[in-house]
Each structure stands twice: as structure tokens, then as C-alpha cells.
Design a protein around this ligand. Structure first.
Ligand code: ZN
Length: 204
């Protein structure tokens, strides 16, 4: 039964997360459909086609209402569904933390994909996610989960309660790297439009 009441982070509590689906039976997830991802994929016309056809669910995750306090910990699961926009795999929007100097850790429970990371200085990394793999996202690194498999990519995450999410930087500039499907395998390529999304207007 879904619990509509706010969680009290000043008291001990427990929550369930299904180890296969990643979903909790007691909380509602936040859902991102393809219509919520305008200009996030390289091929905007392919994204628009998907939006008009069936507007598939791209990913969902849990926001448990953690107090925005440095002593609290935000946690939950993220589930990225399999699929592609053109040759680009389904992925999360990706974000920096508003408090840039805060890290995050992920544990992959199901599926196969990559955590794509980059910092403002241009250093980047694609860390492979398989069940049992834990990825550390250092402070200052934006992070995005990319599902390169055929089944849902399920991860469990935890980060400082007051870290906050800065989605705007990615929405404005994009990511420096893209992960595309080439010959049925994932390939990391430079994003030719990185940094110029504003100038490109609605194209990206
Ligand atoms: Zn984060």
C-alpha cells in the first residue's frame, strides 16, 4: 500500500525496494517520459517522433523528501528503461549537485549500462554498471545513467541531503560525451553540439 505521509527523517524507518524491478511498494516514484526530455537527446526529431507515438517512460526514481540538511542522506532507486532515441540509449537527464562539492554513490542492482561523469574542467569518465558494481561519483562531477542493455537498469543511490540538483547546466550546455549504439555495441563519442545548445536554439 502506498504511503502518502511524509517520512520523518528524525526517526528510524525502513523502506522496501524490489531487487529486480527497483520499485518500492510504499512510495510513489517520480517519472520522466520522453516528453519530459526535450532537447536532451542528440536527435531531437527522433525524440519528437517517439513523443507523438507513445511517449514512453524513460526512467523513474524516488524522491523521499529528505531534509535539505548536510547531516541527512538522500537515497533511493533509479530505474532507466531500455530503449533508444535514434542511436542514443535511454538515459537520465543527468545533473551536477547545487552544492558542487558533494559526491554520490550508486550500487547497480540489475541491468547493464554506464554512469557517464564529467566535471566543469572537462574531465570525464564512463563507468560500467553491472549488478554488484558500485560507482563513486566524486564531488564536482555531473552524473547520468545510460541503459545500454535490453532490460531495466536499476541502481540504488545515496548522497548528502542538502546537495541539491542542478539540471540547468546540462540543459543549457549538454554533455561533452554521448553514448551511442554502433554495430550493436555502445560507443562513447564527442557531442558535436556541446556548449552551443543555446545558440542552436530548439534544435538540440
Ligand atoms: Zn546526484
Amino acid at each position: 500500500m502506498l504511503d502518502g505521509l511524509a517520512l520523518d527523517f528524525s526517526l528510524p524507518f525502513s523502506l522496501d525496494f524490489d531487487l529486480v524491478s527497483g520499485l518500492s511498494s510504499r512510495r510513489l516514484s517520480t517519472k520522466r517520459r520522453i516528453s519530459d526530455m526535450r532537447r536532451m537527446f542528440f536527435d531531437e526529431s527522433a525524440r519528437l517522433e517517439l513523443e507523438c507515438a507513445e511517449d514512453p517512460l524513460v526512467y523513474e526514481f524516488y524522491e523521499l523528501g529528505t531534509p535539505e540538511d548536510s547531516g541527512d542522506i538522500s537515497f533511493g532507486t533509479s530505474i532507466v528503461y531500455p530503449g533508444r532515441v535514434g542511436s542514443e540509449y535511454f538515459m537520465t537527464k543527468g545533473h551536477f549537485h547545487t552544492v558542487l562539492d558533494t559526491g554520490e554513490t550508486y550500487l547497480c542492482l540489475q541491468g547493464h549500462g554506464y554512469m557517464l561523469l564529467e566535471n566543469p574542467e572537462g574531465e570525464w569518465s564512463a563507468q560500467e554498471l553491472r549488478p554488484g558494481t558500485s560507482v563513486y561519483c566524486p564531488k564536482r562531477y555531473a552524473h547520468r545513467s545510460v541503459n545500454t542493455g535490453e532490460t531495466p537498469l536499476v541502481t540504488f543511490f545515496a548522497f548528502r541531503g542538502d546537495a541539491g540538483h542542478d539540471y540547468g547546466s546540462i540543459e543549457t550546455k549538454g554533455y561533452r560525451k554521448l553514448i551511442l549504439e554502433r554495430n550493436e555495441r555502445p560507443l562513447v563519442v564527442d557531442n558535436p553540439r556541446w556548449g552551443s545548445l543555446k545558440e542552436m536554439g530548439s534544435i538540440y
